[in-house]
Structures are given as structure tokens and as C-alpha cells.
Design a protein around this ligand. Structure first.
Ligand code: NAP
Ligand code: MG
Length: 407
């Protein structure tokens, strides 16, 4: 290779915590910097840095993605009481992913990294199933009440125009529980738009599934909005691309998904997406380290990351000086997704080509050389040649990458 690949515009680089942060540095240093004259706008979301800046750094990172359109993020700690103690934090800061997601009004798309020696639990699956989760509202922002019965309940909404909208429950014969949930048209519209755009860009069909036969008003509204946006904004583009949009009842969709060969984006309401994204990950690839995740906004802003967290347990071993067999594959694929998108937006074919070569180098290492980390070895068929530590895996990938670049 003659010289490094140049970049016109930067990628927003968001650093994180624990083992994910350790792998982040290794991947960048060994698999990207020697080949690409990497331009990034760097934000350090290490938990202490978020604490020092009153979480301002997270907001700055989100603003920067709006400016540069492409970002890549390392897993970060979402603080709970234990973490507040462990890191001596001022408070339990909000999840950075939630902050960035709401700043960009984005939807999360989770896709498996499909390898020939990791067989999906569902034998028909051949093409990716990408789960898109509407990460806003419903039970995640609901209110719950317990009551002593017998009791009566009426729900009333006071609108800005002074009108009241009311509904009455049947009488409650004894004690029980009650829940109120909501969603907003604007958020459902963004979710629908991001789902259609992502499906179109990735040349995949789109499914949206809910239960409008039972939840006529609530799920019915989701169904209406998806149909309208499809009709008004995407129908022609889908037809041109030979793609389809389907609405299914959620139970029908589950049965169809299991019988399908994959190859679609599955847009899910918040709770369905929470459950089904973990189900599809476990059934498809068996390891969270083989799942990528992308935040995609209706304006086309893009942030890629690994689906897994900071891998805390491995980090404590690493701190004790032990070698761990933590899998950097999803982190590498988060970088390649960002490099590819940057390349596509900037018309930089060398960058796109490099991203493809780096992904191929990972595939050759695992599929052909059968060199892999312990999590993949556990689910691999046929058996492995070598279970290696993280650094040796990265070295093996680098050897393959060098051969692909300078054959
Ligand atoms: P995790 O980091 O995903 O790890 C859970 C377990 O999954 C690990 O202990 C390990 O299993 C396995 N695993 C995950 N990634 C792996 C990899 N790359 N290679 C090999 N094995 C892998 O989840 P967690 O331990 O529940 O969460 C730790 C921290 O991550 C929390 O503070 C949480 O807030 C944060 N988190 C952040 C994000 C994000 O930023 N997007 C997402 C999720 C969680 P074994 O121990 O059995 O090997
Ligand atoms: Mg879940």
C-alpha cells in the first residue's frame, strides 16, 4: 500500500468505559491508524469525565453528530447506585445512549454479524434480521397505580384547547393494579421514517408489527402513521428498489419470522423491541459480541456501536493483569460501519473499500483460520483451531488485513 487513506470530513468518535474502552484503543491503534489518516472529533465519555462535566460532554457529542452526520461510540457505563460508589460520582447520570438518542430523535437498529461457522438456532435463517426498536414512551415512561377495591376509574385528558377527553374502565370488583402509558405522533413518525429510510438504504423489506385488533386506538395509531408515511413518502422508492412494506399482527410476525429466511428490518414498538432484539441476537449468533447496533435519525444522522456493554467482569480480570478472551468483533464492525458511511457521504471509495477489507479480514480469521475468542468458540461449528486472547485475535485479523491490502 502506498501511503495512508485520506479523509475529507471527520467521524465523531465517542470513547467509553472499562474493557470496551481498552479494546477500543487496541482496535484503533492496530487496525485503523496504520492504514487511514484518521480524522475524528473526539469526545471522552469515560464515566469520570461525564461526572466532571455534569454530563455536558454527552450533549456536546450528540451536537457534534448533528454537525458531522457520522459517529462511532464505545460502550459506556450507565451509572446505578453501585457505580456511584465505585467511581465516587456526583449522581446517577442518565444513560448516554438515551441522551444521544433523544437529541437525535433516532431509532436503534440491531443487526447480527453473520458467520458461516456460527449457525443460527433457527435453521431457515440465512439473511440478516435487523430489529428496530422504538425507544420512546409506552411502559418505559408510564405511570403505575395500585388500588384497594371495589373501585371505579375514569381517565381524563385536559387538552390545551380546554376540551376534555375521557374514557371509563369497567368497575373493579377487588384490589388490583392500573397502568397508564402514552406515545406521541411526532415520535411515531420519526420512528417510521427512520425505519423506512434504513430499510431502503440497506435494501431490505420492512415489517412493522403491533396488535391493532385488540389495541384499536393505541396500536391502531401506530399502524395508521406507518401506512401514511409509507404511502406519502416511500411507496415509489420501495417499488423502484423491489422492496416491500408489510404490516403484521405481532403474533403472526413472530411465527413468520421463525419460518422466514431473514432479510428484513423488523420495526417493533418499545417493549416488543426490547424483548425481540435480545431473542434475535441469542437465536442468530449466540453472542452479543456478534451484534452491531446503529442509531439512525430521520435526518440521516448515523451512530454505530457494538450491541454489548463495557464487559465489566473481563475488565476486572484485565486490571489484575490477566489476559482475557474478550471479543472485539462488534467494536471493529462499529468502526467499519462509520468509515463506510463517511466514505459513502464523502464519495471516498478508498475508505469504503478499506472498511470492506477490514470486515473481510475478521471473517477470514474466524471462518477460514478458525481463530477466535472464547465466546465464539462456544457456539462455533466445526470446532476451532485456536481460542485466543483479545490481543492475539487482533493480531490475527491484522495479518489477514495486510494480505488483503498488499496481496
Ligand atoms: P455486557 O458488558 O454486555 O456483558 C455481559 C456479559 O456478556 C459479559 O460478562 C460476557 O459474558 C458477555 N460479553 C459481552 N460482550 C462481550 C464481548 N465483547 N466478548 C466476550 N463476551 C462478551 O453487559 P453488563 O456486564 O451487564 O454491563 C456492563 C456495563 O455496560 C454496565 O455498566 C452497563 O451500564 C453498560 N452497558 C452499556 C451499553 C452501551 O453503552 N451501549 C450497553 C449495555 C450495557 P461472560 O462474563 O460470561 O464472558
Ligand atoms: Mg432487552
Amino acid at each position: 500500500m502506498t501511503g495512508k487513506i485520506a479523509m475529507d470530513n471527520p467521524i465523531v468518535e465517542i470513547d467509553g468505559d472499562e474493557m470496551a474502552r481498552v479494546m477500543w484503543a487496541w482496535v484503533k491503534e492496530r487496525l485503523i491508524l496504520p492504514y487511514v489518516d484518521l480524522k475524528t472529533e473526539y469526545y471522552d465519555l469515560h464515566i469520570k469525565r461525564r461526572d466532571e462535566t455534569h454530563d455536558h460532554v454527552t450533549i456536546q457529542a450528540a451536537e457534534s453528530i448533528k454537525r458531522w452526520k457520522v459517529g462511532v461510540k464505545c460502550a459506556t457505563i450507565t451509572p446505578n447506585a453501585e457505580r456511584v460508589k465505585e467511581y465516587n460520582l456526583k449522581k446517577e447520570w442518565k444513560s448516554p445512549n438515551a441522551t444521544i438518542r433523544s437529541a437525535l430523535d433516532g431509532t436503534i437498529f440491531r443487526a447480527p454479524i453473520i458467520l458461516s461457522n456460527v449457525q443460527p438456532a433457527v435453521r431457515f435463517w440465512k439473511k440478516p434480521i435487523v430489529v428496530a426498536r422504538h425507544a420512546f414512551g409506552d411502559i418505559y415512561d408510564g405511570v403505575g397505580l395500585r388500588f384497594e377495591g371495589p373501585a371505579e376509574c375514569e381517565v381524563m385528558i385536559r387538552q390545551h384547547d380546554g376540551r376534555e377527553v375521557k374514557a371509563k374502565f369497567p368497575s373493579f370488583k377487588c384490589s388490583g393494579v392500573l397502568q397508564g402509558i402514552y406515545n406521541l405522533d411526532s415520535s411515531i413518525e420519526s420512528f417510521a421514517r427512520a425505519s423506512f429510510m434504513y430499510a431502503l438504504e440497506n435494501r431490505l423489506d420492512l415489517w412493522f408489527a403491533a396488535k391493532d385488533t385488540i389495541s384499536k386506538v393505541y396500536d391502531g395509531r401506530f399502524k395508521e402513521i406507518f401506512s401514511r408515511i409509507y404511502r406519502e413518502e416511500f411507496n415509489e422508492k420501495f417499488t423502484e428498489a423491489g422492496l416491500n412494506y408489510h404490516y403484521y399482527l405481532i403474533d403472526d410476525a413472530v411465527a413468520r419470522a421463525v419460518r422466514s429466511e431473514g432479510g428484513f428490518v423488523w420495526a417493533c414498538k418499545n417493549f416488543d423491541g426490547d424483548v425481540l432484539s435480545d431473542f434475535v441476537a441469542a437465536a442468530y449468533v449466540g453472542s452479543l459480541a456478534l451484534m452491531t447496533s446503529a442509531l439512525f435519525s430521520p435526518e440521516g444522522h448515523f451512530l454505530s456501536e457494538a450491541a454489548h456493554g463495557t464487559v465489566q467482569k473481563h475488565y476486572y480480570k484485565h486490571l489484575k493483569g490477566e489476559k482475557t478472551s474478550t471479543n472485539p468483533t462488534a467494536i471493529i464492525f462499529a468502526w467499519t460501519a462509520a468509515l463506510r458511511r463517511r466514505g459513502e457521504l464523502d464519495g471516498n471509495s478508498a475508505l469504503v473499500e478499506f472498511a470492506c477489507k477490514l470486515e473481510n479480514a475478521v471473517r477470514l480469521t474466524i471462518e477460514r483460520d478458525r481463530v477466535m475468542t472464547a465466546d465464539v468458540a462456544n457456539v462455533s461449528e466445526p470446532p476451532v483451531h485456536a481460542v485466543v486472547c483479545t490481543e492475539d485475535f487482533i493480531e490475527a485479523v491484522k495479518r489477514n488485513l495486510n494480505r488483503l491490502i498488499d496481496p
